[in-house]
Ligand binder design. Structure first.
Ligand code: FES
Length: 187
């Protein structure tokens, strides 16, 4: 699992409302063996990440030490305690992409977004992550923004790519993908 978008219904809810919903979820799992990971996955889908308040609630409800809950979260890379942005930007650092400029693309994104890998921009628009291969090696270097693949990416074109996603804010067509599922940047 990669960084996972917050569920649509939860995007409008306050943290208080989400914690109340988490209580309802926990009530269903309290007697279920091996419930910790499924509950963490549900909580992450609700909040978009795993805040400490949610982890402490889970710890108490499932009668597990907080250190154990935090340890599981830290062990699995698909869990995060950092709030995520609306859009996830992933840079492929697989061999093909790396040798064809992936490192420079990542460096340019870090400069553009002013964040490091694993971080989210202060306006919660973008999170930055890396991947090992997106299955498009012949079109390297490749990045993904949400579910969109951008191929043969050039660092100088990254600003335009990001702008496509920013421009969907408040747009009635915001539910449409701002890019084709596979987009070439070499034209
Ligand atoms: S190495 Fe980047 S898509 Fe395969």
């Amino acid at each position: 699992m990669t960084l996972e978008a917050k569920c649509l219904e939860c995007q409008e809810a306050t943290e208080e409302e989400l914690l109340a919903r988490l209580d309802e979820v926990l009530a269903q799992y309290v007697e279920v063996p091996g419930a910790l990971i499924p509950v963490l996955q549900i909580a992450q889908a609700m909040f978009g990440y795993l805040p400490e308040t949610a982890l402490r609630k889970i710890s108490v409800a499932l009668s597990k030490p907080y250190s154990e809950v935090a340890g599981v979260v830290g062990f699995y890379s698909f869990f995060t305690t950092v709030p995520r942005g609306k859009h996830l930007v992933r840079v492929c650092l697989g061999t093909a992409c790396y040798v064809r400029g992936g490192k420079q693309v990542l460096s340019a994104l870090r400069d553009l977004l002013r964040i490091e890998v694993g971080e989210t921009t202060p306006d919660r628009q973008f999170s930055l992550d890396v991947g090992r291969c997106f299955g498009a090696c012949g079109l390297a270097p490749v990045i993904m923004v949400d579910d969109d693949v951008h191929q043969r990416v050039k660092p100088t074109r990254l600003g335009r790519i990001l702008d496509k996603y920013r421009q969907t804010e408040g747009d009635a067509s915001a539910n449409d993908s701002p890019a084709d599922s596979i987009t070439g940047e070499d034209s």
